[in-house]
Design a protein around this ligand. Structure first.
Ligand code: ZN
Length: 305
């Protein structure tokens, strides 16, 4: 699945790495109820919940943003051949993502900037690809931009990671998807408000959105004609619109993640920002409306190719 939309002077293309990435509901959201899942299927359609297994269906998307002469990749997916023995949903992918990337008409060498909302395996995996027995940067001409807190936190975690368990695989992610970039690419760290690109009256900016990880950021597109947010893992699945209290199993700071989620959904609703999450099983952007304590989603007009 894929789509392209225009926001101000920017063109955003979704590139799907995995269209269907199912999880047992409580693995993803420990407090989710059967009623939450049933309402989600009703509200968001059968694509959001597997009718046979009851699993929540997620996807993995990267986004390509073109603004003026600048080409930006936001969240480079899970990547192929990565060893994640403790995080099996991320283990040893072998997809045709790079072929589908090429179908956008942009070569990997044309990418100027690569940004990760955070450094979990499914958001920075294609930062690198296997070349013989070495991990090398995929986007050879790009500057890789890391949130300062996210990079520092991940380096600290990798330096003291145990040999087993999820944290061991986060350290593996650092070793195969971040360290090779630091060693052989242009890179920089950035903070809240960092301007990635600007053309005419359209701006592409990093904004802090902590909670899922301490250094999580989102990428905002701002223009007088409207805006959008590439929201990473601030929200993982539509069930969290119906029940915004649901903590995702990987949230580092659940209370902060909740405040960030509420604040972003509220801004999308109030300011009419389009939301483009990393994991919603959909080939379109969303508009968000408040509905009491919850939120509603609608496909954005013109989002389909
Ligand atoms: Zn994710």
């Amino acid at each position: 699945m894929t789509f392209t939309i225009t926001v101000g002077g920017a063109t955003i293309t979704q590139i799907t790495e995995v269209a269907r990435w199912p999880f047992p509901p409580r693995d993803m959201f420990p407090a989710v109820t059967a009623e939450d899942v049933a309402r989600t299927a009703e509200e968001f359609g059968p694509g959001s919940v597997d009718a046979a297994t009851g699993d929540l269906v997620l996807a993995i998307h990267a986004y390509l943003v073109r603004l003026g002469g600048t080409t930006v990749v936001v969240d480079a997916g899970n990547g192929n051949h990565k060893e994640r023995p403790n995080l099996l949903p991320h283990h040893r992918f072998d997809t045709d993502f790079l072929d589908r990337f090429a179908l956008t008409g942009t070569a990997v060498e044309d990418v100027d900037i690569v940004v990760s909302t955070h450094l979990h395996p499914d958001h920075c995996g294609w930062n690198t690809r296997l070349d013989g027995d070495r991990w090398r940067p995929t986007f050879t001409e790009a500057t890789y931009v890391f949130g300062r807190a996210e990079l520092e936190n991940t380096q600290a975690l990798a330096a003291s990671a145990p040999a087993e368990g999820a944290v061991a695989d986060l350290a593996r992610t650092y070793d195969d998807s971040v360290r090779p970039v630091l060693e052989s690419s242009r890179w920089e760290v950035a903070d809240d408000g960092h301007l990635l690109a600007e053309h005419g009256d359209t701006r592409l900016m990093l904004r802090a959105a902590p909670g899922h990880t301490g250094g999580h950021v989102v990428v905002e597109i701002q223009s007088p004609d409207g805006g959008a947010v590439l929201s990473g893992d601030v929200v993982h699945h539509p069930v969290q619109l119906l029940n915004p209290e649901l903590t995702q199993a990987g949230d580092a700071d659940p209370a902060l993640a909740r405040r960030t989620r509420d604040a972003l959904l509220e801004r999308c609703a109030r300011e009419g920002l389009l939301m483009l999450p990393s994991h919603f099983p959909a080939d379109h952007a969303f508009t968000v409306d408040r509905d009491g304590d919850a939120f509603r989603l609608s496909p954005a007009d013109g989002a389909r190719p």
